[in-house]
Design a protein around this ligand. Sequence first.
Ligand SMILES: [Zn+2]
Length: 298
Amino acid sequence: MEQIEYIVLSTCPWCDSKDIHFRNIIHDFFLTNEEFSLFSCKGCGLVFTNPKPKNESLARYYHSDKYYSHTSQQKGIIPYIYRRVKDINLKTKFSQVTVGSNIEKVLDIGCGTGDFLDVCRQSGMVITGIEPDEFARDLAKKKLNIEILDPTQSKSLPDGCFDLITMWHVLEHVPDLKMQISELSRLCKKGGKVVIALPDYKSYDAEFYREKWAGWDVPRHLYHFNKEVITNMMFSGGFYAGEMHAMKWDSFYVSMLSEQYLKSRLGMIRAFLVGAISNFKAVRTGNYSSLVYTFIKQ
Ligand SMILES: [Zn+2]
């Protein structure tokens, strides 16, 4: 078996503070069952996976038929629900991020197999996609009939050329957080929008499932955000916070996955209840299982 190499972080990957503290241990229930520690930073509030696999070793944690964002033909109830929810989500995402804006050029970072870009192009936008996974990138190329960039090619894109940049559950995966925020800042047009979807570990479903919460998804998720952390981060990149939307289906989906990790009887029924309670509580707290943040470039 190949040797996995890890990087031990002694400072925060965002603010460089040395005031970082062990928080808890989470298993990679999704794939390897390896355990990873989470640390939190007293300086900026970011929670991060530490140690983390070196960049060259990260791909191994994505090599699974279970990695639904890259597959579309699997049988079974969860993949089926995932696909149906994805279709509805795509339309919702599109209308939420485009309402009231005149968008000509869109960049989807971590575009997967290109579904969101496909919807954007159907409404007349000029589309660009970046995707690190070669398999997904090839599928997106075939589907959209355009070149899809790998992340190292991001630098070749001109400054301020996009009206809209989207990262749908992607920022928590990027190897270099600082570089990613600075690229967002460079690529977004003044007055343009950056839309970032992230899981929220302050949601009720996260509290309910604790270490078994599927939203931790270590070590694929290298960072674990909350509202204050992402807002401050984007502010330092030259963005101010715009509107925020809930991804209400995610509470059900994440709860279903978490129940699989618990291997509980009647898990799917409980997942439904937890998902519903999570959405209900979030009406007051704003802490939905997943949130879509909009940031405007100053
Ligand atoms: Zn920090």
